[in-house]
Ligand binder design. Structure first.
Ligand SMILES: [Fe+2]
Length: 336
């Protein structure tokens, strides 16, 4: 084989398909895409609210499918994203599954998600986790619709053939802990004395936007932004300093008005939500102009740069913690 001419060897490899298995750099089928919330997606959601009951809530999720992977119900190769609507008076029945999920609240005030017996009230910009195998249900006792972005590691669990799910006996779980209990115990730079983590998930399941926003405002007042990221923070499990859940990391960043970011890429494809402000992100050859409540995706290893016309806040999530745990995560900043 060693004296086989290069061209003949390449032709042989092409024939047996080896070349596609180990690529020199990530070759994702995912493409950059943006979903215009107020201009398009919201009207679809509200139509779904009239046609489908919350009891069928699983089917009332508007899947944000990456146009580069039709029929696969995923937004990156590793992650699922969808928008879920709960109308006034509705309850999404309690259940649990091995897939880890996050909720990022897009609109509505005062609906709740309950996780393992504790409710969290949902406000726009709040980040809530329902980790693997935790009981969860949602309810809306207000007079306005509530919409959140669901992010799940469905493709990862599918890859590993590790999916389990179970419905609860009752529609809503019994409330066994008062409102705000987890945040007081675990989310105040303190931990209960003698407490030891029993899972890989954060004991805090609700990260209110008001706290996150205040932290970013102070950072923006106090110093210069990172050239690529602006002022960017990651959500943590306070018991470990790691990500809130083992497979999904989440981030919030503030871009000052007039920010023109330097090019950046990393191996974790990211789903991004504009919370405040306006700007654009050039992803590869594609320019994505965003405004509040728009959602967009930056595929793995695709060079991108953010710019903001007014002070902007972007939420994002990705599979970075999983890649880091496996020693696979890489990043590159353009040298200018
Ligand atoms: Fe669920």
């Amino acid at each position: 084989m060693n004296d086989m001419p290069v061209a003949a060897r390449r032709a042989f490899y092409d024939q047996i398909g080896v070349h596609a298995l180990v690529t020199r750099t990530p070759a994702t089928p995912a493409v950059p895409a943006l979903w215009d919330y107020d201009g398009l997606v919201r009207s679809f959601l509200m139509q779904a609210g009239e046609l489908i009951t919350a009891r069928e809530a699983e089917r009332r999720v508007l899947v944000l499918e990456n146009p580069g992977m039709p029929g696969q119900s995923c937004i990156t190769h590793a992650l699922f994203a969808g928008l879920q609507l709960i109308m006034p008076g509705e309850v999404a029945p309690a259940h649990r599954h091995t897939q880890s999920a996050l909720r990022f609240i897009i609109e509505g005030h005062g609906a709740y998600t309950a996780v393992d017996g504790e409710r969290a009230v949902m406000e726009p910009g709040d980040f809530i986790i329902t980790p693997s195998w935790t009981w969860h249900d949602h309810g809306n006792e207000t007079d306005q619709p509530t919409v959140w972005l669901d992010g799940l590691d469905v493709p990862i669990v599918r890859l590993l053939d590790a999916s389990f799910q179970e419905p609860a006996n009752a529609e809503s779980q019994l409330v066994t802990r008062p409102l705000g209990d987890s945040l007081a115990r675990f989310g105040s730079n303190l931990l209960p004395v003698d407490w030891r983590p029993r899972s890989k998930n954060s004991p805090v399941f609700s990260y209110p936007y008001a706290r996150t926003r205040e932290a970013l405002a102070v950072l923006a007042r106090n110093g210069d932004p990172d050239r690529c990221h602006g002022h960017k923070l990651r959500y943590v499990n306070p018991a470990t300093g790691g990500a809130p859940m083992p497979t999904i990391g989440a981030f919030m960043q503030l871009l000052p008005g007039g920010f023109a970011g330097a090019p950046y890429r990393s191996t974790d494809g990211a789903v991004v939500v504009c919370v405040e402000g306006r700007g654009e992100t050039i992803v590869g050859e594609t320019t994505l102009a965003w405004k509040p409540r728009d959602i967009f995706v930056v595929p793995s290893w695709t060079r991108h740069r953010h710019s903001a016309t007014s002070e902007a806040v972007l939420f994002s999530f990705s599979d970075r913690p999983l890649q880091e745990a496996l020693g696979l995560w890489r990043e590159a900043r353009a040298v200018e």
